[in-house]
Write a protein that binds this ligand. Structure first.
Ligand SMILES: [Zn+2]
Ligand SMILES: [Zn+2]
Length: 281
C-alpha cells in the first residue's frame, strides 16, 4: 500500500534537463528511500521522467511537472498537475517551437494546472522591472523562493554572514517578494523549491503538507488551498520557513550553526563552499 504524501519538492531537475547532473536512476532511489515524498520532477519542457517503465508504480504519489522558459526573457514557470498525460495534450504549446512571444496561455489557464512563477527576480524591486504585458493576462498561483537563487542573493546582500546583516538581508528579500506579489499577483501564495541539479541539493527545500495526502490529486488540492509550510536549508546562510501568506521567515532555532560560524570569535568565513554553484534554471 502506498504511504501518504507529506513532503513535496516542487522543483527538481533530472536527466532530461541538460543543466542537471542528476540521473533519473538516482532520483528513483531518492524517492524510494522517502515514501512520504511526492514524486515530482520538473524538467525543462519535458515530462520524460514520468514515461519510464517504473513510473506507473509511483502513479499514486505522483505530481506531474515541467518547467517552461519564455524565449528572449528570463522568466520561467513551473507547472504542476495530478492528471497523467495532460502535458502530452499540450505538447506543441509546451515545447514552444519557434518564437514564443506570449506564454502558452491555454495551458497556464487550465484549471488542472497550478502555475508557479519560478525564481522571480528579487535583485531589483518589482516596480523597476519591465514586466511584459502578458503577465497581466495570466494566472500565477505561486511565487517561488528558489533555494539556488536565494543563496546567491543573500550571499551578496550579507557578505559578512553576521547574524544581524543576514537578518536585514532576509527582510529586504522578503520585502521585495511581498512588493512583487502586490505588483503582479496579489492572490498568489508563496512557495519554495530546491531547483536541484546535483544530487546533494535534493531535499534542500520543499513543502510540508498540514494534512498528509493519500494521493497526488489530494496533495495538489492541498497545495492549491495553501495548506502547507515550506522549508529552506541555505547551509551557512541559515534555515528558513516559508509561510504561504507572509513569505520568508527565519526559523527560531536556525541561526547559522556552530560549524559554520565560530561563536566565541565572531569570525565567519566568507569563502564560497565547493557546493555553492550557480547552475540554476
Ligand atoms: Zn528556472
Ligand atoms: Zn529549474
Amino acid at each position: 500500500m502506498m504511504e501518504a504524501i507529506r513532503l513535496i519538492d516542487p522543483h527538481v531537475h533530472g536527466q532530461a534537463s541538460g543543466c542537471s547532473s542528476i540521473a533519473d536512476d538516482a532520483l528513483l532511489e531518492w524517492f524510494l528511500d522517502r515514501p512520504h515524498q511526492a514524486v515530482v520532477v520538473s524538467d525543462h519542457a519535458s515530462w520524460d521522467f514520468y514515461q519510464a517503465d517504473w513510473a506507473k508504480d509511483f502513479a499514486g504519489r505522483t505530481l506531474y511537472a515541467t518547467e517552461i522558459t519564455m524565449e528572449g526573457t528570463p522568466f520561467d514557470f513551473l507547472l504542476h498537475t495530478w492528471v497523467e498525460g495532460l502535458f502530452e495534450e499540450y505538447r506543441e504549446e509546451l515545447l514552444g517551437r519557434g518564437r514564443r512571444r506570449v506564454p502558452p496561455l491555454a495551458v497556464l489557464e487550465d484549471s488542472r494546472v497550478l502555475v508557479t512563477f519560478a525564481h522571480p527576480p528579487l535583485d531589483t524591486p518589482a516596480r523597476r522591472v519591465r514586466w511584459p504585458g502578458w503577465f497581466g493576462r495570466m494566472r500565477i498561483d505561486f511565487l517561488e523562493f528558489n533555494a539556488v537563487r536565494l543563496r546567491a542573493l543573500l550571499g551578496r546582500l550579507a557578505v559578512s554572514r553576521e547574524p544581524e546583516e543576514l537578518r536585514k538581508a532576509v527582510q529586504t528579500v522578503n520585502g521585495r517578494m511581498l512588493e512583487l506579489r502586490g505588483h503582479l499577483a496579489p492572490e498568489a501564495k508563496f512557495s519554495t523549491g530546491s531547483d536541484a541539479h546535483v544530487v546533494q541539493a535534493l531535499g534542500a527545500a520543499g513543502l510540508a503538507l498540514e494534512t498528509p495526502a493519500p494521493d497526488g490529486e489530494t496533495a495538489w488540492r492541498e497545495l492549491q488551498a495553501g495548506r502547507y509550510r515550506g522549508w529552506l536549508d541555505l547551509r551557512r546562510l541559515g534555515n528558513y520557513a516559508i509561510d504561504p501568506v507572509s513569505g520568508l521567515q527565519p526559523k527560531p532555532s536556525a541561526a547559522p550553526t556552530a560549524s559554520t560560524s565560530p561563536p566565541a570569535l565572531g569570525v565567519v568565513s566568507i569563502r564560497p563552499s565547493a557546493g555553492e554553484r550557480l547552475d540554476d534554471d
